[in-house]
Design a protein around this ligand. Structure first.
Ligand SMILES: [Zn+2]
Length: 235
């Protein structure tokens, strides 16, 4: 169910794999089956299903603060969630885009970010760090999860130039030497520039069949990155 999972006192960060199944409701999958899978992941984290909050991703830079189970059917569109509430898991869904999990364990403030190419350019990462600071975060640790690697993400030269204007480190070449983007490198650079400590996990979604990849199969599902802080632990 989990490709990577770090359980520390009061804090868990994890990424699911294809064993957990598709966790997205927007890819044509049976909503009831998705709900069942989401509930299984929540149970794996020791949480009731409604305590696992998914964002409604749209490739922008809007950040939402959540302080409990979302009351309506869906969180408004946005590409990051932040919270200071324990026992409330924040989830980001990806299949090549870059998932980022953020935590200031001292302040008890968490964030989850969906950072694809448009989000990198739009600045969703610095926007999320700002939102966390408004909730009291000071020392933010970031875990950057598996995404499509630069060699596997060929783009037109003009697009590479556009993104390089914002994130120079993202400009790279593909397996065949054509123009390509390493979006995760740009995300890592933005996290560092924003004062976060960074741990970048290995893995390319397109090359690893245990993860979903839109570039490998466009009818694919989505895996999740999840961060949660548990009540009852001293800060
Ligand atoms: Zn790759």
């Amino acid at each position: 169910m989990f490709r990577w999972r770090a359980d520390e006192p009061g804090l868990t960060r994890a990424f699911t794999d294809v064993g957990a199944g598709n966790l997205a409701t927007h890819v044509g999958d049976d909503p009831q089956e998705v709900a069942t899978r989401r509930a299984a992941v929540a149970a794996g984290l020791g949480l009731a299903p409604e305590r696992l909050v998914f964002m409604n991703q749209c490739h922008g830079a809007v950040v939402h603060v959540v302080d409990g189970p979302w009351p309506g059917p869906q969180v408004p569109p946005g590409d990051a969630l932040v919270t200071a509430v324990p026992d409330l898991a924040l989830a980001v869904l990806v299949a090549d885009c870059v998932p980022v999990l953020l935590a200031d364990r001292g302040a008890g403030v968490l964030g989850a970010v969906h950072a694809g190419r448009p989000g990198l350019a739009a600045g969703v990462v610095p926007a999320t760090l700002s939102a966390m600071r408004e909730l009291g975060a000071r020392e933010v640790e970031a875990v950057v999860g598996p995404a499509v690697c630069g060699r596997c993400y060929e783009v037109p030269e003009e697009l590479r130039a556009q993104v390089a204007a914002v994130a120079p480190v993202s400009a790279t070449v593909s397996w065949t030497g054509t123009a390509a983007l390493d979006v995760a490198s740009g995300v890592v650079a933005q996290l560092r520039a924003g004062g976060a400590q960074v741990a970048w996990l290995p893995g390319c979604t397109r090359e690893d069949a245990s993860l979903y990849s839109y570039r490998r199969a466009q009818d694919c599902g989505r895996f999740a990155g999840i961060v949660v802080r548990y009540a009852g632990w001293d800060r």
